[in-house]
Ligand binder design. Sequence first.
Ligand code: AHM
Ligand code: MG
Length: 335
Amino acid sequence: MKIKHQTLGEFIIEKQDSFSYSSGELTKLLNGIGLATKIVNHEVNKAGLVDLIGEVGEINVQGESQQKLDLMANKTFIDTLSKREIVCGIASEEEESFITINSQDKNHQNKYVLLIDPLDGSSNIDVNVSVGTIFSIYKRVTPVGTPVTQEDFLQKGRNQISAGYIIYGSSTMLVFTTGNGVNGFTLNPALGTFYLSHPDMKQPEDGSIYSINEGNCASFEPGINEYLNYCKSTDGKSAYKSRYVGSLVADFHRNLLKGGIYMYPGTKTDTNGKLRLLYECNPIALLAEQAGGGETDGTGSVLDIEPTSLHQRVPFFTGSKNMINELKGFLNQEL
Ligand code: AHM
Ligand code: MG
């Protein structure tokens, strides 16, 4: 019988058999992420309050507060997951190199590694605008029973076992895929429980929203500016709407629900753009693909890039399939 108002825990147990390499380990990992999310959510909510009090009291804690929250989110995810010994390694935007879990334990029996951006869009914390967490899970490629190596983390996005994000918005949602579609869960803050609120999410094939930091347009390549002019012209299908939060998770989430395109291209000075391949672009690209949307780095799928370093950046475009195809035409990319 299908349970109405299914909880995250119930959903994960029900789907466990369909997970790749099912052994209960991924179940524990996803539950661990759910738990860490609730702790971070609580802190993020309080931060808004602290900022408010800070302003009233004329104490400027904004820069420091933001930094504390980045570190707090990082520590929460690492502590929660490493203490439960459900991953063998973690790479984070906040850590220069990867962390080996259980390095004292010669067994190293866990087979998954986690890559995470613990608090994405954190410059928006100061102003009470949505932020997020993005994560990506791979099966290690080196043998179980040995310490993890960089090779376990530098895998193509196509190898992801699971990927997802948390949006700390007007409500807190966890959206993830294990390779069988995308499902969204909303946190009931009174009960501290995630409920399946958005089953089998699909991105509309068409959309009318474009999201980009247009302030950088003087240094975009011509194809991007031609596409932006097309979005604004009335001879296109319709004049598109511009919406840009400046938190990838929030911009992607809106475009996933409503239809739209998100773009962070390279610029003259930063030819690879700003976003990180391993814990920002790859997980979002897998979610887009699983929801029927599109993604590209301007030449091909980001999921096919062979990573060369943990914090590598790539230009990134993702959104409604037909909008991505339109963009590819402007970039002379084959469909
Ligand atoms: P961060 O990981 O340091 O927060 O940077 C990533 C964020 C994305 O969430 C967002 O889309 C982008 O940076 C915004 O950058 P910009 O301010 O250059 O438009
Ligand atoms: Mg980030």
